[in-house]
Design a protein around this ligand. Structure first.
Ligand code: TYD
Ligand code: MG
Length: 461
């Protein structure tokens, strides 16, 4: 008899009774009733059957690099670590409408053009809609095979017919429906069962299966997180709907580096690769204005220059506003506290807004210095000199700590025509760069440096 369990649609944790709140992931109204798969007959209490002895081998040994299927879309190949691996499963998650279907249709068209057998299985759109999109993208003649199917058995049967495909896209896993599971499509049980079957197909036949998963906010359908462990590679497609930039980010990769990003621009003709993302995220940095600072970050293996913008204005509110877009709000609060405690810069009676240009999300603590400089620049109404790049981590003590990969950061700044750099005191280590380098040891040093550029309109400390 099938047992009933209660499954959180956001994180997949199970409980024995219904609750409005999931204790595991702290989300509300995400727990729904699902019938657990019936255990194999006699499983409970029965002795395990006698097993087969596996061969033990030494850790040392030959391990040839996996073969790769390159799409020719350089930004995509970079994120996967040099192309898709046959026999692997890749999850591509992202908000609805961010451009997952567009990206994958373009990738399949590129692969099909290279003679690979590629199949696009759509469960969300009708064939006509996919054809319409292909036409818009100028890919109407691309050798891509289409199927509109949601039943997992039918999909597997279709894929098993004829030559083994190189790459298969399933758009999306949330529409998958397995006839042996007694639950609605979009539930955790259905999502897991469908994905497992497709991952098994990938492993057994040597095809690369790309699973599209919508990130869900309200828990009405299960999110892609619940199948992350099943797949070899997890990519997330991110971006701000208001901006045209999209970032493909690897968060798990059994065959390559993680944290690598690919940058695309959404245009009328689909996604275009952005080969020089620094130029894009530097915004209008050419026209230096108070409150802007340029940060040299590292995304994966690639340096990236980004403009950080701050607005500091006297607050009319008892509790001043603090808003950060593209940067961690807690980290912003910490920097404000350090500036106040270690450099005597009073910001507690000011509203503070922070924004990272282009809709990018910064995760590196190395951006602290640029954030602090942008804040000080806005507060003092002074301009950080045009062509200056900043990076360094701020400690609670007010010390500025050096960060890794100084050279590639400086090199990228040089490549984009910047000529000054402000960074942490490097101690004994000499900084090899053609940029004029200013080293600051504490936030007080940074305040003094910004103040020396201030037109004297407002005093900061
Ligand atoms: P889509 O790939 O359908 O998103 P997802 O599969 O992640 O839900 O992309 C949807 C958005 O992209 C839609 O709002 C329109 C926009 N778009 C363009 O701007 N240009 C294009 O050429 C295409 C095909 C889509
Ligand atoms: Mg889609």
């Amino acid at each position: 008899m099938a047992k009933t369990t209660f499954v959180c649609q956001s994180c997949g944790s199970t409980t024995h009774k219904w609750s409005g709140h999931c204790d595991a992931c702290d989300s509300w109204n995400t727990i729904i009733e699902e019938k657990a798969e019936a255990p194999a007959s006699g499983a409970k209490g029965a002795a395990l059957p006698r097993g087969r002895v596996a061969r033990l081998v030494d850790l040392k040994g030959e391990s040839p690099a996996p073969p790769r299927i390159t799409s020719g879309v350089a930004e995509l190949d970079r994120v996967t670590g040099g192309g898709f691996v046959p026999g692997s499963a890749v999850l591509i998650g992202g908000d609805p409408g961010i451009g997952k279907s567009t990206l994958l249709l373009q990738a399949l068209a590129a692969l099909g053009g290279k003679g690979e057998r590629v199949i696009y299985v759509t469960g969300e759109e009708a064939i006509a809609q996919v054809r319409l999109r292909a036409a818009r993208l100028g890919l109407a003649d691309a050798p891509v095979l289409l199927a509109a199917e949601t039943n997992v058995s039918d999909i597997i049967a279709t894929l098993n017919e004829g030559d083994v495909p190189s790459v298969v896209v399933i758009d999306s896993v949330q529409t998958l429906w397995s006839p042996v599971i007694d639950a609605a499509p979009g539930t955790v049980s259905q999502l897991k069962a469908g994905s497992e079957a497709l991952v098994r197909f990938a492993k057994s036949k040597g095809a690369c299966v790309l699973l599209v998963g919508h990130v869900t906010k309200d828990g009405q359908i299960a999110g892609p997180k619940v199948i992350e462990h099943l797949v070899d590679t997890v990519l997330y497609f991110e971006g701000d709907r208001g901006h045209q930039f999209r970032i493909l980010r690897a968060v798990k990769n059994r065959f390559g580096p993680t944290d690598e990003i690919g940058v695309f621009e959404m245009s009328d003709g689909g996604l275009q690769e952005v080969t020089n993302p620094s130029r894009l995220f530097m915004g209008q940095a050419e026209r230096a204005a108070p409150g802007t600072a340029v940060f040299a970050g590292i995304e994966g293996t690639r340096p990236l220059l980004v403009e950080v913008q701050a607005l500091v204005s006297p607050s009319a509110l008892g509790t001043p506003r603090r808003t950060a877009v593209g940067w961690d709000g807690t980290r912003l609060a910490m920097i404000l506290a350090v500036l106040e405690a270690r450099a005597g810069v009073t910001l507690s009676n000011h509203d503070v807004y922070l924004n990272v240009a282009g809709g990018l999300r910064l995760r590196e603590p190395a951006a602290d210095l640029a954030v602090a400089a942008a804040l000080l620049s806005s507060l003092s109404d002074s301009v950080i000199p045009h062509g200056t790049v900043l990076f360094g981590e701020i400690a609670l003590s007010g010390a500025i700590r050096p960060v890794g990969q100084t050279e590639p950061r400086l090199k990228e700044a040089q490549k984009l025509g910047l000529d000054h750099a402000v960074l942490a005191d490097q101690g004994e280590k000499a900084v090899k760069s053609s940029l004029a380098v200013k080293q600051v040891a504490t936030v007080a040093d940074l305040v003094a440096w910004v103040a020396s550029r201030s037109k004297g309109l407002r005093r900061i400390a």
